[in-house]
Design a protein around this ligand. Sequence first.
Ligand code: NAI
Length: 655
Amino acid sequence: MKQYKHWRLEGDVDQLLWLALDRYEESVNTINEEVMEEFSDILDKLTKNPDYKGLIITSAKKHGFIAGADISQFNKFKNIEEAVNLLRGGQRVFDKLENLKIPTVALINGFCLGGGLELALACRYRVAENGPKTRLGLPEVKLGIHPGWGGTVRLPRLIGVPQAFNMILSGHTISGKVAAKLGLVDAAVPQRHLVNAAKYYVLQSAIPRKIRKSNQIINNVILRRIVATYLTRKLHTKIKPEQYPAPFQVINNWEQVGIYGQAPLEKEAKTCGKLFFSETSENLVRAFFLQERLKNLAKESYFAPQHVHVIGAGTMGGDIAAWCALQGMQVTLQDREPKLIAPAIKRAFLLFNEKLKEAHLVQKAMDRLQPDITGLGISRADIIIEAIYEDLKVKQTLFQELEKQAKPQAILATNTSSIPLDEINSVMQMPGRLVGIHFFNPVPKMLLVEVVRGQCTAEKVIDNSIAFVRKIDRLPLPVKSSPGFLVNRILMPYLLESVQMLEEGVPATIIDKAMTDFGMPMGPVTLADVVGLDVCLSVATHLGRYFHTAIPTRLAALVERGQLGRKTGEGFYRYTKAGKQLKPQPQSYDKPATEIANRLVLRMLNESFACLREGVVTDADLLDAGMIFGTGFAPFRGGPMRYAKTQSIGNPESI
Ligand code: NAI
C-alpha cells in the first residue's frame, strides 16, 4: 500500500480499509491542500479498485477527529477566483467520497468541526463517541465565511433545513448525543464501542437514515421563498448583514438554488470565496489568530500546577476557586469564618451542575474544592491567589505571612483591581515573587485574565502564571502594573462618557442602541448596571486620581441612594427580581446614532493609544486581543487599534 504523508492506510481481516488522518507534525488534524490532494489520490484508487468491503475514516490523533480547514491557508489566497477554485476542488473530492461504491463511515472521536464535519457528511454513515469532548458543528460563520465544502448543502439534506440552519447560521456546536437525536450521526456510543459500531454500519450495510418528507416540501421553490424571508427577518433581530454577511448569504443561496443537484455546491463555493475577502472575515480570522497567540504564550513553560489556594471567598475568590476546581485543580478556599465560605460553595455547586451535568462528575468537582479556614493549603499549594478586600495594609500583611509559609517555588498572586503591585510587594522579602492575576467578574463567563507584571516581578513567575491561566482554560494577557491595567483603564472613560451623555439628556436606550449597532455585545449604560454602579464608581474614583477624570454627579448620586444597578433592581434601568431589564418607553432623539457612537468610541481609542504609548501592553495586536476577549469590542471591526487604523483615525504603528 502506498505511503502518505498525512494519512495512514491499513486493511483488516474483515476486508475493511481503515484510513486514519494523522496530519504531519501537528497535534491536531486540520485539512490543508496537501491533505486534500492525498485524500483525493486515495479515493481515486478506491474508485478504480474497490477491493474492500468498506472504508472507515478515522483520526490517528489522541484527541479529536478533524478541527476543520487549516485556517492559515485563508490568508494566502491572492484573489476570489483562487479561493473559489480551492473550494470547488475540495467539493469534488468529497463528491468522490460520497460516490464510492463501497459503504463508508466516519468514526468521530471528539471534535468534528467545519471541513471535518463536511468530510464526515460525505460518508454514508457517521458514528460518534458519546463523551464530553465530542462536539460537532459548522462554525465557519465565526470566521466571517460560511461552509464551502458542501456543508450548507449536505447538512440540510441530512437533517432538514430548520435544524441544519440552526447550526450553520449560529455556528454552534452540538454533542454526540444531540447529533444522534438529530440524525446527524447514526449512533453516539461510548469510546469502547466505537470501533464495533463503525464496523457494524459498513459490514451490515445498514439502510442509511431516511430524510423526512417535510424536508422535501420545505425545499419547494415557493415555500423556500416564504421560509427564507422568515429566517432572514429573524436573523435581522440578532445581527446586521453589513456586519455579519455570511449567515444571510446562506439563506440567500438556499432561497435561490435549494439543496439538490450541483448548482447549490457551485453557488456555495462562489459566495464563500467572495466572503473570504470581506473586511469582516479578515478581522474575524485575525481575531482567531490573536486568540491563538494568547493561547500559545508561555507554551514552553513546564509549570504544572495542581493545587490552588484561594484566600477570600467573596464575589471573586469564591468564583475563582470554583472555576479552578471545575478545570480539574485541587482547590483550598480560605476565609475568616465558615459562614463566609458557604455561599461560595453553593455557587460552585450550581456552576458544576450547569457545566458538568452528570452527578458523578459534579461530586468529583465538589471533592476537589475544600473549605480551609485555617489555611492548611498555603504550605501545599503551587499557586496562591489572594482575593480579599481592596486594602493595601491588609494585603501587605497577608503577603508577608504567605511568603513565610508557602513553598519556595509557589506563585504568589493578587487579584487586586487597583493597588499597584509595587506597593504591595514593597514589604516582601522577595518582591519578585508577587504577580497580579486579574480575573474579571463574572469569572465563569469572562475569558480574559490579565497577568500583571510589577517592576520587579520575575520573568519566570510571569511565564508560570501565564501557564496556569492556560491550564484553567482562560486567555492570559500580559500587562504592566499601572492604574486600571488595560481593560478597566480603556473601558472606564467610555462608561463615564455615556453617563455624561445621560446627564446631557440623551436617553439611555438611544445610547445603548448606538453602541450595539456599532457591534458591542451590550450598550455602555446597561454594562454599567450589570457591573454594578458601586464598582464603577470605585474604579472611576481610583482612576480619577491618576488621570483626573471627572465623575458624573448622576453616578455618585445613584450609588448614594443604593441604586447600584441590576443587583439592587434599579440603576440607570429597572430590573425584575430575576434580573431582567425593564425597557423604558421608547424615546426619540434628534442626533444621528453615529455621532453618539463616535463620541463614545473615541474615548476608548484615546485611552488605547495612551496605553500603547505607556507600554501597558507590548503591542497593538495584544491590545486588540485584550479588548475583544475582555470586553467583546466588536470583533468584526478587529479591536480598537485595527478600527482606528482602518478609519484613518490613528496609526498604532507610529507609536
Ligand atoms: P468581596 O468583598 O466580595 O470578598 C472579599 C472576601 O475576602 C470576604 O469574604 C472577606 O471575608 C475576605 N477576607 C478579607 N480579609 C481576609 C483575610 N485576611 N483572610 C481571609 N479572607 C479575608 O470582594 P471581591 O469583590 O471579591 O474583591 C476581592 C478582590 O478582587 C479585590 O482586590 C478586588 O479589587 C478584586 N477584584 C474585584 C472585582 C469585582 O468585580 N468585584 C473584579 C476584579 C478584581
